[in-house]
Ligand binder design. Structure first.
Ligand code: NAD
Length: 288
């Protein structure tokens, strides 16, 4: 079997095209639509992200405003800036660029972002809504994983799903969303790998999602015939970008597979835009 490719670029384009009509409605109503990005200190990496955010927003007609706060500011001052944005009615979405300088707790600052403007879904309240089966604004990568699964057109009820990686903003929320859909969900992490049990879990996965950050960790021969494989990993190896799954080998066994690059990444970008529009519409924000 050769897998069908879950082409993130075309899925992302379809989502962005779909948002245009909603944005037009907001504009006609005179409703504000502005994403406010907050960065603390300057770094080359965050510059790449914020330039991309600005370009993507502008293409759709979403206002974008970046504030770069002084690197020497303390947590209290950063939170004060977030609270100013919370109160500013012209701002409909807030994004906090990571990493923050040492000594500042990202979770503490994220917990102060207005839940309705939290377009990255990182406020503990928005993550908590996932637990209760009522997802609202959810992390963009998590939303991208769910969108790619949807594109494969599979009913998750009773399916064997395996999530490799248990980070707070990818692995854990994805696992909860799969549980909400009644997939029988296993979560693997570093200790699974250290015990040598990873292959055993992967081999039974009808749906496999991998978010670890280790190139080619998951061997192609472990993939179950016909499985849906979503590879979140981004690894730079000798000038190339690789995922966490051995793509060429896995493609011969899987039913559907995401490439890296060109899979989860572009859909994640589209999900930030979708979350931004959802936040601006201020209506019931069921997601995932
Ligand atoms: P993280 O570092 O927070 O978590 C890594 C996870 O992998 C942990 O749960 C850890 O226990 C697990 N792990 C480590 N070694 C393992 C092993 N040998 N076997 C099994 N599990 C193991 O990572 P994260 O923030 O969730 O990111 C994971 C990857 O996804 C990274 O490559 C990151 O760059 C990428 N990522 C991509 C996007 C995107 O938009 N495409 C977004 C976020 C993260």
């Amino acid at each position: 079997m050769t897998a069908k490719i879950l082409d993130g670029k075309s899925i992302a384009q379809r989502i962005k095209d779909g948002l245009k009509a909603e944005i037009e409605v907001l504009k006609k109503e005179g409703s504000p639509l502005k994403l406010a990005a907050v960065q603390v200190g300057e770094s080359e990496a965050s510059g790449v992200y914020t330039r991309a955010q600005k370009k993507n927003c502008e293409k759709l007609g979403i206002d974008y405003e970046l504030t770069i706060l002084d690197e020497g500011l303390g947590q209290k001052e950063i939170i004060e800036h977030i609270q100013k944005l919370n109160q500013d009615d012209s701002v409909t979405g807030i994004i906090l660029q990571l990493p923050l300088p040492q000594g500042i707790s990202a979770v503490e600052v994220q917990s102060k972002i207005d839940v309705g403007k939290d377009v990255e879904g990182v406020n503990p309240a928005n993550l908590g809504w996932i637990t209760y089966g009522k997802p609202r604004l959810i992390p963009c990568t998590v939303a991208a994983v769910m969108e790619l699964i949807k594109a494969a057109g599979v009913d998750l009820y009773g399916k064997e799903a395996v999530m490799v990686g248990h980070s707070d903003i990818v692995g854990k929320p994805v696992a909860l969303l799969l549980l909400n859909k009644f997939a029988t969900t296993s979560v693997c992490h570093i200790a699974t790998g250290e015990r040598g049990n990873l292959a055993e879990y992967v081999r039974k996965a009808e749906l496999l999602i991998v978010a670890v950050g280790k190139a080619n960790l998951v061997k192609g021969e472990w993939i179950k015939e016909g499985a849906i494989v979503i590879d979140v990993g981004i690894n730079r190896v000798e000038g190339k970008i690789l995922g966490d799954v051995e793509f060429e080998e896995a493609k011969e066994r899987a039913g559907w597979i995401t490439p890296v690059p060109g899979g989860v990444g572009p859909v994640t970008t589209a999900m930030l835009l979708r979350n931004t529009v959802m936040a601006a519409r201020k209506e019931e924000k069921e997601n995932g």
